[in-house]
Write a protein that binds this ligand. Structure first.
Ligand code: FNR
Length: 395
């Protein structure tokens, strides 16, 4: 039995990934901004929520199936957009998209992916979702949206919480880049991680293929990082949602909402769904965990749009808690990235299997047979202090 098959938890996949993935890329995933307080809170706060056990309820014929953004999903979990995924494992975005497709859950490709939209489309059979960062170069963004349309992407995820980059100390210290710089330290890492290195040598996909070759100013690698750094548009406003929707012509989900007022704005400006998210604790350190703010955002806009959540989900129990607090579905980032680093496509499948089994058993022990019926009645207690605002409960 391989280490992958033996892994029973997402944390075990993380331990395997740590052995197999070069430090700078493992650290890139396992990091938050500044003190990493929000990164930690995202998962720790889930453990403050206690579930209500019920017995003598017929548990036969259980179903986890649901719809996410109007599409069938085998469980209420989607793969979140993550940059540099093709550096956790060669061709990582293709591997993750294939695992998601076979499992019947949505995959979201990041703007900052290594494999391009076209790479993923050529290597998968069903439409996937594309995540968009608004950049100053609107011509590039127009072409990017058109490319997503041409690849038949069925939804756009518009990320609004990264117009300026939160500082992650590990990345600065490691000198993270794609492709990696061949420093003596990195060559040493390659020798210690031969499987990763061999697979990486076997692919041509080593840099941001959504960008390189698609903008003159980032035509070669030396110009790429300067171009990217200057491109995240600090003047982004709510008006852009309508512009993106019109250009794309399909559903646009707004990601990075952490405040009820922002949630109302997103809905008022046409969002077809929102993702409650603090970017996995990678942006505003000191912001509350996603699960903590979920109830007040569901309260504010849950009747007018679908509310999804990500951040800190490491088990099927976490998924059930999010659903009980009103989410229509969840997104996972590191949970699938660690699976990918641990074992490529099979590792992502393993991560999804772990979450599905935990979710199914938890749902049964809570006395539920249908994930869509899960709600506040499944929660026993929430040991998280309420929002403390001098402005009142909803700011
Ligand atoms: C991210 N995230 C992210 N979000 C996005 O909209 N575009 C991106 O390119 C990235 N890149 C990225 C890289 C890495 C390594 C991580 C861990 C995260 C944020 C991501 O979509 C999601 O919000 C978080 O990952 C959710 O938290 P968990 O599940 O990782 O705890």
């Amino acid at each position: 039995m391989s280490a992958l098959d033996k892994a029973l938890t997402i944390n075990e996949l993380m331990a395997i990934a740590k052995r197999r993935v070069p430090k700078q890329f493992f650290d890139y995933a396992d990091s938050g901004s500044w003190t990493e307080g929000t990164y930690r809170a995202n998962s720790e706060d889930f453990s403050q929520i206690k579930l209500r056990q019920r017995v003598a309820v017929n548990m036969e014929g259980r179903t986890l199936a649901t719809t996410i953004c109007g599409e069938q999903a085998s469980m209420p979990v989607a793969l979140a957009p993550t940059g540099f995924t093709g550096m956790q494992s060669a061709d990582g975005e293709i591997k993750a998209a294939r695992a998601a497709e076979k499992f019947g859950v949505p995959f979201t490709l990041s703007t900052m992916s290594i494999c391009s939209i076209e790479d993923v489309a050529e290597n998968t059979g069903k439409p996937f979702w594309f995540q968009l960062y608004m950049m100053r170069d609107r011509g590039f963004i127009e072409r990017l949206i058109d490319r997503a349309k041409a690849a038949k992407c069925s939804a756009l995820v518009l990320t609004m919480d990264l117009q300026i980059l939160g500082q992650r100390h590990k990345d600065l210290r490691n000198g993270m880049s794609a492709p990696p710089k061949f420093t003596p330290r990195f060559v040493f890492e390659m020798a210690r991680k031969p499987q990763w290195a061999m697979q990486m040598l076997g692919t041509k996909r080593h840099t941001f293929r959504n960008i390189v070759g698609h903008v003159d100013a980032a035509g070669d690698l030396s110009k790429l990082s300067a171009w990217t750094a200057s491109q995240f548009d600090p003047a982004l406003s709510w008006k852009e949602i309508a512009w993106v929707k019109e250009r794309f012509g399909g559903p646009v989900i707004v990601k990075g909402i952490l405040d009820p007022e922002d949630a109302r704005q997103a809905v008022a400006h046409g969002a077809d769904g929102i993702i409650v998210s603090n970017h996995g604790g990678r942006q505003l350190d000191g912001a509350p965990s996603s699960i903590r703010v979920l109830p007040e955002i569901v309260d504010a806009v849950g009747n007018s749009t679908d509310v999804y959540v990500d951040g800190g989900i490491r088990s099927g129990q976490d998924v059930l808690k999010a659903m009980a607090l009103g989410a229509k579905g969840t997104f996972i980032g590191r949970a699938f990235l660690w699976g990918l680093g641990a074992g490529g496509e099979a590792g992502v499948t393993r991560a999804l299997e772990i979450i599905r089994r935990e979710l199914d058993i938890t749902m049964a022990l809570c006395g539920e047979r249908d994930i869509k019926a899960v709600g506040l009645h499944n929660i026993y207690s929430i040991d998280l202090p309420p929002r403390n605002s001098p402005l009142g409960a909803n700011g």
